[in-house]
Ligand binder design. Structure first.
Ligand code: AMP
Length: 281
């Protein structure tokens, strides 16, 4: 496995590649969710490049940039074992040399939900993803459904800016008790970890209400909030049922929808989501 920490090194490597290149952008501290994307790329592409970069521009002031978990040696070992061809792990200075002041500003899809809770977050995400796509020039890029709004913002950017890449989304990989795998789960204390599967249970409740014929988003959100309220450690930030493409909040569920939520558990902020109708994943 080749490892690069400079743009120049990555570009030289990329220039030598022919065939289908797949890229898997990550912030590291890898888990099975990330590795499922790497495996999908390996299965569908001739070369798989994984990027590991904790992108400062997508963190707001007071967010967890400084304490975001990092484990480079372990990540490299996992990627080597999984069969990735190359890893790009640049420094912040390498990605944002002094004087960098051009950014991608996503449209209205980035204003709501995570965008409203984390102003500027998706500007940072869209900018780094476009830079990584420009550097790796992949035919295919792999992202997780776990970050559904991020995926929607990236799809919109790729469509609006005519970026020549095909996006593949992969289902959320979960722990045995339903908690969506996330690097941030490592922040949880044992009691917070015990409370965290309530997010998944609330999504399952939404799915079963929908399957039972309920189409009123307010009623589903009310019952989800009730379920979450039973966990005293858990503070919901938002519960949303929105159109799955525009992320406009729905007043009646008559088109494919995304149920998503953000909660705080102590100092940790967790997000999760599920599509309606429930998918077969
Ligand atoms: P991150 O390192 O958290 O920025 O995530 C990198 C990529 O992995 C993104 O496309 C995420 O959506 C995806 N990802 C994160 N967690 C999961 C998960 N539990 N299942 C599937 N994909 C995930």
């Amino acid at each position: 496995m080749e490892v690069f920490d400079t743009v120049a090194g990555l570009k030289r490597y990329r220039d030598g590649l022919t065939g289908v290149v797949g890229v898997v952008p990550t912030m590291g501290f890898l888990h099975e969710g990330h590795l499922s994307l790497v495996r999908a790329s390996l299965a569908g592409c001739d070369h798989t490049i994984v990027t590991i970069f904790v992108n400062p521009t997508q963190f707001g002031p007071g967010e967890d940039f400084d304490r975001y978990p990092r484990s480079t040696d372990r990540d490299l070992r996992l990627l080597d074992e999984t069969g990735a061809d190359a890893v790009f792990l640049p420094s912040s200075a390498e990605m944002y040399p002094p004087g960098t002041d051009t950014f991608v500003v996503p449209g209205t899809i980035a204003d709501r939900l995570e965008g409203s809770a984390r102003p500027g977050h998706f500007k940072g995400v869209a900018t780094i993803v476009l830079k990584l796509l420009n550097l790796t020039r992949p035919s295919r890029a792999f992202f997780g459904q776990k970050d559904a709004q991020q995926l929607a913002v990236i799809r919109k950017m790729i469509a609006d800016l005519d970026v020549p890449v095909e996006v593949t989304a992969l289902p959320t990989v979960r722990e045995a008790d339903g908690l969506a795998m996330s690097s941030r789960n490592s922040y949880l204390t044992p009691s917070e970890r015990a409370a965290a599967p309530a997010l998944y249970r609330s999504l399952c409740l939404a799915e079963s209400m929908y399957t039972g014929g309920e189409r009123d988003p307010d009623e589903i959100k009310r019952r989800m909030a009730e379920l979450l309220a039973a966990e005293s450690l858990l503070e919901p930030e938002y519960i949303s049922i929105a159109d799955s493409v525009t992320l406009d909040e729905l007043t009646f569920i008559d088109s494919p929808a995304l149920v998503s939520l953000a909660v705080r558990l102590g100092r940790t902020r967790l997000i999760d989501n599920t599509p309606l109708p429930p998918s077969d994943y």
